[in-house]
Write a protein that binds this ligand. Structure first.
Ligand code: CP
Length: 305
């Protein structure tokens, strides 16, 4: 379609097509001259209602490398602060004829709602606990480049699955490409009915990490836990934090991932985050390439492309 709202609805062929195109951009991004012209003359607006380091900056770099004029809307200094609604903000920006809107919002479904009100392409840069499709794509690209495949790998997604759009998009994508997906978390941090997403559920790291090829850690999203159960950091790290001893339970050649931002000493120990098995910095590099692939693919569907 015209938008990228989630991994849900993408076929395995479409996912692989985006990963293959992203491989070309990985090479381009390592050159001195990094510019393409697919988005020349196009306007991209990044509209982030939630904080971001990686996603917003990589969408900006990706758009610029493809030749777009990129504008970052800072919600902190926008009329959202004066009570303007999401929809009025969207309609206002739409009147300026952007070609691509990249949107992050704290409510699940908000980006899809906004997409129905505007004429341009919309890319979901994370909506509530629902989806973060470009994160799953960059994670898949990172896995494929390091393991040579995704099919048949055992991927353990560990930690705060309940609040994680990253977990949801990754489960959908990894299942679509034939990986065996586990979630590893205390019951309080698992969404009801998570099994129906096609995952095996483990409630201890000892059981869940055994033989895993990929250990994907999630941030403990304490800001989304107001009024509900908030685990103590010390206790959480003891049982669910990834340290060197727990990592030894995974396959000997297991690789460690984290979407960022990391809470060192909460869900992951620094020695693992910065260790030889960590792919965390490579994930960030792949983020730019994947977002270029997504923008390039959407740009080819724009009117008069
Ligand atoms: N992984 C991720 O979405 O990071 P940011 O919140 O920094 O964009």
């Amino acid at each position: 379609g015209r938008d990228l709202l989630g991994i849900e609805g993408l076929s395995a062929g479409e996912i692989l097509g985006l990963l293959d195109l992203a491989e070309e951009f990985v090479e381009l991004n390592r050159q001195i001259e990094k510019k393409r012209t697919t988005l020349r003359g196009r306007t991209q607006i990044n509209l982030f209602f939630e904080a971001s380091t990686r996603t917003q900056s990589s969408f900006e770099i990706a758009g610029k490398r493809l030749g777009a004029d990129v504008m970052n809307m800072s919600v902190a200094s926008s009329s959202v602060k004066k009570g303007e609604t999401l929809i009025d903000t969207a309609i206002t920006l739409n009147a300026m004829h952007p070609d691509i809107l990249v949107v992050r919002h704290h409510a699940s479904g908000a980006v899809a709602l906004l997409a129905r009100k505007v004429d341009c392409c919309v890319v979901n840069a994370g909506d509530g606990a629902h989806e973060h499709p470009t994160q799953a794509l960059l994670d898949a690209l990172t896995i494929r480049r390091n393991k040579g495949r995704i099919q048949g790998l055992t991927v353990a997604i560990c930690g705060d699955v309940l609040h994680s759009r990253v977990a949801r998009s990754n489960i959908l994508l990894l299942n679509a490409l034939g990986a065996k997906v586990r979630v590893v978390a205390p019951s309080t941090l698992l969404p009801a009915g998570v099994e129906s997403l096609g995952v095996e559920v483990f409630r201890t790291m000892e059981a869940g990490l055994e033989g895993a090829d990929i250990v994907m850690m999630l941030r403990l999203q304490r800001e989304r836990m107001a009024g509900s159960f908030i685990p103590s950091v010390k206790e959480y790290f003891h049982y669910f934090g990834l340290d060197e001893a727990k990592l030894r339970l995974a396959a000997p050649d297991a690789l460690v991932m984290h979407p960022g931002p990391m809470n060192r000493g909460v869900e992951i120990d620094s020695s693992v985050a910065d260790g030889a098995q960590s792919l965390i910095r490579e994930q960030v590099e792949m983020g730019v390439a994947v977002r270029m692939a997504v923008l390039d693919t959407l740009a080819r569907k724009l009117p008069n492309a």
